[in-house]
Ligand binder design. Structure first.
Ligand SMILES: Nc1ncnc2c1ncn2[C@@H]1O[C@H](COP(=O)(O)OP(=O)(O)O)[C@@H](O)[C@H]1O
Ligand SMILES: [Mg+2]
Length: 385
């Protein structure tokens, strides 16, 4: 997929921006705080109909403006779609239109093959399990809207159950009955979450371990493994088996949950492990190795789309300034699989030359305080208002 004809109005530090993009690579260069991330994140918002990661809608509106509006063309499997996203601050109202028609079901979520790579991703292995669960949930819901649906229903039940367990306002009898009903739902949605997580982790692991082998000439191996709360490696493939293991575990912990006052059992306690040469990378690998593991994982996400015959859009926001020379080279190797690459950098340096040489179709833009100017080789530069 690729995006083009991007129009931003009152979005972050862009009062107005009208930008043509092509397949191939587009590089956005600008000092810190000029609007590179804002621009790249607007593409995410356009394609998924929701703000990038933890951003809040109201913060995306330009200063005191009453709304923001985004428009763009998304080219997906030989078809082009005109997508519009608008948000009204006062009414907290969001409207998404596809080809001029209001789209309530968020049709595009789950259909856009996009891999986003930002510096904080490089620290994923060092962070806590919650960050890794967020990573799993975000990346999988992007591919499978059904997963997103299970997840939000699951979270709602866990929330209700935790609140009741903590408050203990109800009689023990009533609470126990309620918990039985909630647990049935937790097992239902939770097992589907487990099964889907196991499915994607195993695909990513397959590609990532191959990639990691290439990066280190097979001297080092990586395994990305699903550290599920059931402690099953591998998790059974059959849903009914997962459900029965889960049901058994949750029943066994009923009394303990009651006395401790919160839910102890379920995929909200899962983790994702990275093992390098069989050892937990979080504890034993060098910082550089941990970062290579993430590069291998990002590449795996791109390869997953390729395997499905989808050509992804790859967005790298200021990754290179965080990486040393050898790891930059590792990243370059990923590029060949994408249909469009949007890359932001703070400085144009020599190491970037091979990128431009490798891509017949490349464009270069300067980002300066909410204004983007296309730099053309013939000197006929164009500001994109
Ligand atoms: N809602 C907003 N309205 C106006 N300016 C904003 C808004 N949100 C962020 N900004 C400005 O955007 C700039 C940061 O842009 P960012 O895209 O993160 O820069 P970078 O080029 O470093 O990636 C800051 O100057 C910030 O003040
Ligand atoms: Mg930035």
């Amino acid at each position: 997929m690729y995006v083009s004809n991007i129009y931003l109005n009152n979005y972050r530090n862009y009062k107005k921006l009208d930008l043509q993009l092509s397949p191939g690579i587009s590089v956005f260069q600008g000092a810190n705080g000029q609007g590179k991330s804002n621009f790249l994140e607007s593409i995410y918002n356009l394609c998924f109909g929701r703000p990038f990661r933890n951003l809040k809608e109201s913060d995306l509106v330009y200063r005191d403006a009453p709304y923001y509006y985004l428009r763009g063309s998304i080219y997906l499997q030989q078809r082009s779609y005109k997508v519009e996203v608008g948000y009204e601050k006062k009414k907290k109202r969001k409207i998404i239109k596809i080809d001029g028609r209001i789209d309530r079901s968020n049709t595009f979520s789950g259909r856009c093959p996009i891999v986003f790579f930002v510096p904080e991703d490089l620290e994923l292995i060092r962070r806590g399990p919650e960050e890794r669960r967020k990573f799993l949930d975000r990346e999988i819901s992007q591919i499978s809207p059904l997963y997103g649906d299970y997840l939000s229903r699951y979270k709602r039940v866990i929330y209700q159950k935790n609140r009741a367990l903590k408050q203990k306002r109800l009689s023990k009898e009533t609470l126990k009955n309620l918990i039985k009903a909630w647990n049935a739902q937790i097992v239902y949605f939770g097992s589907r979450i487990l099964q889907t997580r196991a499915h994607f982790i195993s695909i990513w692991n397959k590609f990532a371990s191959h990639n990691f082998g290439l990066l280190f000439e097979n001297e080092h191996q990586i395994e990305i493994s699903y550290n599920n709360f059931l402690r099953k490696k591998p998790l059974p493939e059959k849903l009914s088996e997962i459900e029965s293991l889960f049901g058994f575990e949750i029943t066994a912990k009923e009394d303990e949950e009651y006395s401790r006052g919160f839910s102890l059992v379920g995929p909200h306690r899962d983790d994702l492990s990275f093992l390098i040469d069989g050892y937990d990378a979080k504890r034993f690998a060098s910082h550089g190795q941990q970062r290579s593991a993430i590069i291998a994982l990002k590449a795996a996400q791109i390869q997953y789309y390729h395997q499905k015959n989808e050509k992804p859009l790859f967005i790298l926001d200021d990754i290179f300034s965080e990486l040393d020379e050898s790891r930059r080279q590792q990243c370059f190797a990923l590029f060949s699989n994408a249909e469009q690459i949007l890359l932001s950098i703070t400085k144009k340096e020599k190491y970037l030359d091979p990128i431009f040489d490798n891509f017949s179709c490349s464009s270069f833009f300067h980002v300066n305080n909410g204004i983007i100017t296309e730099i053309r080789e013939n000197g006929d530069n164009r500001t994109c208002y």
